[in-house]
Design a protein around this ligand. Structure first.
Ligand code: ATP
Ligand code: MG
Length: 337
């Protein structure tokens, strides 16, 4: 809607309206014990809105809800709709492709890495705080997309469901065929696994976190059976792969990561418990010029342009080759500007 574009286009912070921004003729629609609902018109664009006055307690609750709405706009890829023929989902186009392409081809600075981890946590916290909560079950770098400034948004959430066992394939076989084996928690590998819980996503997140912090691939060169055996016996990607130039705040980040890949799902923290801790760690590293929005140039340094190797089996080759070329163009732009 017009309001959506005008008012919420760039939501760095929650938007506050002033009374003067509305036309003076407020039409009362309903009256309740704690307040009223009015039909009003925004002066700008003459957009019709409803204003509902609140008690201070309700106002505080709405503050929390608005934070959630903000997270939805900022950290999740918008779905515009569906297409019946061919069956397809129509969604927001993310200019810089996915983390899957970016991690092997660019060197990210520590503030950028922390910021990405934080943004993923915000998106996941949003999904898990929905009622009923929405499990992602497909969290991996290919589903973490990037905008021009390398801010991340999650995609393909809710695509995979526990019930989805096409034909003879089990849930796990289906995920393995998608190339998701590294993101599956140990409890899902058992004979008769319980349906996945929010802690499934927390485990996948820990592996993603390791990939962002190390810019490496987990279990490289290890076959699927061996990965399954290792993970079941409690092994995880090596923390020694974290680059030596890490800031002191990284220790706390690693502690969170290790808690998230705990063998016992009940010992893994919820996203709502981590989100503010990770935000605080990310804020400490933020450089003054990152806030001014020039971070893209600052946080990317040049590595020889490696081909972006595709992960997983379901990726479309045409999209990949397009993104590689596009990525390279942007990349040239970054270093020559
Ligand atoms: P899955 O079906 O399990 O999510 P996947 O993420 O590996 O598998 P796709 O979802 O088909 O495969 O995405 C393949 C690639 O296409 C992504 O890695 C990304 O680079 C690109 N891509 C996907 N969605 C978008 C989008 N909305 N905007 C820009 N690029 C996208
Ligand atoms: Mg995807």
């Amino acid at each position: 809607s017009q309001i959506g574009t005008v008012r919420y286009g760039n939501l760095e912070r929650l938007n506050y309206f002033r009374k003067e921004e509305f036309e003076v003729d407020w039409v009362k629609v309903a009256e309740r014990t704690f307040g009223c609902v009015y039909k009003v018109k925004l002066k700008l664009k003459q957009e019709k809105c409803a204003i509902k006055t609140l008690s201070s307690r309700d106002y505080r609750s709405m503050l929390r809800v608005s934070e959630i709405a903000k997270a939805k706009l900022k950290y999740l890829v918008s779905i515009y709709g569906l297409c019946k023929d061919p069956p397809a989902v129509v969604m927001e186009y993310m200019n810089r492709g996915s983390l899957n392409n970016l991690l092997p081809t660019h060197v990210l600075t520590w503030p950028k890495k922390f910021q990405m981890v934080h943004e993923v946590t915000r998106g996941m916290d949003f999904l898990h705080s929905m009622k009923p909560h929405l499990l992602h079950l497909n969290l991996k770098p290919a589903n973490i997309l990037l905008d021009d400034r390398l801010h991340v948004k999650l995609s393909d959430f809710g695509l995979i469901t526990w019930e989805e066992t096409s034909g003879k394939m089990t849930f796990i076989e289906h995920l393995a065929a998608r190339g998701n084996i590294s993101y599956i928690p140990p409890e899902a590998f058992t004979q008769n696994p319980e349906p996945p819980t929010a802690k499934y996503d927390v485990y996948s997140f820990s592996i993603v976190m390791w990939e962002i912090l190390t810019q490496n691939r987990p279990y490289q060169g290890v076959n699927m059976t061996e990965i399954l055996i290792r993970v079941t016996s409690g092994k995880r990607p090596g923390v020694e792969k974290i680059p030596d130039d890490k800031p002191p705040e990284c220790e706390e980040m690693l502690a969170i990561m290790q808690q998230c890949w705990h063998q016992e799902s009940s010992q893994r923290p919820a996203f709502s418990d981590m989100v503010w801790k990770i935000e605080a760690l990310s804020d400490v590293l933020k450089l003054p010029d990152m806030i001014s929005g020039r971070e893209t140039k600052k946080s990317l340094r040049c590595k020889p342009p490696l081909p972006a190797l595709s992960r997983g089996v379901s990726s479309s080759p045409s999209i990949y080759s397009y993104l590689k070329r596009k990525d390279f163009e942007t990349f040239k732009h970054v270093v020559t500007k």
